[in-house]
Design a protein around this ligand. Structure first.
Ligand SMILES: C[S@@+](CC[C@H](N)C(=O)[O-])C[C@H]1O[C@@H](n2cnc3c(N)ncnc32)[C@H](O)[C@@H]1O
Length: 263
């Protein structure tokens, strides 16, 4: 069975909107002295490059499990003036840094891993004293964009094959991250924002999630024909939840959770 890998082209279709929370997170990291920096789930590497520009003398590593995303990051190396970044293909679940870290940045990646009650203390434990862990994750599991995925999955010839796919939110309430992290760090800054993205084109919300949250469902289907049928049903159902405004644009409210922990 073919699988739907991460597609940098599709992911970067909404590049300005996706960059906004990444930047808001970046802006909350103080300019502390840093020699070792990691971007967990670095994708195509834009934020790792930004980290390398902010700390030009630091060793910066971008970790990601997607060869497609890392290939894009490496391809962009040639046109970039930042000093060499190490791109590492690895699963965050099993990867371990070779040395303690001063900055750990992770934008829109850790929601792909479960068991945050175990994962976050491990990651915070990688920090040097004085180091900073900065994480942003979508907290939109109950938004129509995601509820409709589950509804369409439960109602079709594919229902038995899609049972259990992304059926529980890996991202929990802000207070739970406080409880998980506070024994391991000295200061925590936690906040949430709902961005109201203004999107253009037909079915933009469906195209947005096709590059991200919809992938596990598409991957569990048999072939491209079935994937298209699933996508069409999903896109059509979403139209009532995200209608076009009078000017033809579509508003997409998107809730995100931010955590900046200082060790
Ligand atoms: C939504 S993208 C975000 C990419 C980048 N951080 C950004 O903000 O543009 C999520 C990234 O997390 C990576 N990812 C998901 N699960 C992972 C895992 N278990 N280990 C490493 N990377 C993972 C994916 O390959 C993908 O590149």
């Amino acid at each position: 069975m073919t699988t739907v890998g991460w597609d940098p082209e599709k992911y970067q279709q909404f590049t300005d909107e996706r960059a906004r929370p990444a930047q808001d997170l970046m802006d909350r990291i103080p300019q502390t002295p840093a020699n070792t920096i990691v971007d967990l789930g670095c994708g195509a590497g834009e934020q790792a490059r930004q980290l390398a520009r902010r700390w030009p003398d630091a060793t910066v590593t971008g970790v990601d499990s997607s060869p497609e995303m890392l290939a894009r990051a490496q391809a962009d190396d040639a046109q970039d003036d930042t000093r060499g970044i190490q791109w590492m293909e690895a699963d965050i679940d099993t990867w371990e840094p070779p040395e303690r870290l001063d900055v750990i940045y992770s934008n829109a990646a850790l929601q792909w891993l479960g068991h945050h009650d175990e994962l976050f203390p491990v990651i915070a434990g990688w920090l040097n004293p004085g180091g900073v862990l900065a994480v942003q994750m979508p907290r939109n599991f109950d938004a129509p964009s995601h509820q409709v995925m589950r509804e369409v999955a439960a109602d079709g010839a594919w229902a038995s094959r899609l049972q259990g796919v992304r059926d529980a939110s890996p991202v929990t309430a802000p207070a739970s991250y406080y409880d998980i992290l506070h024994p391991h760090v000295r200061h925590l800054d936690i906040w949430e924002t709902t961005y109201v993205h203004v999107l253009e084109g037909d079915d933009p919300v469906a195209h947005w999630t096709r590059a991200t949250g919809l992938r596990p469902f598409l991957n569990a289907l048999n072939d491209d024909g079935e994937r298209e049928a699933f996508f069409e049903t999903y896109a059509q159902t979403l139209r009532t939840h995200y209608p076009q405004q009078a000017d033809g644009k579509t508003l997409f409210p998107f809730q995100r959770l931010f955590i900046v922990a200082h060790r």
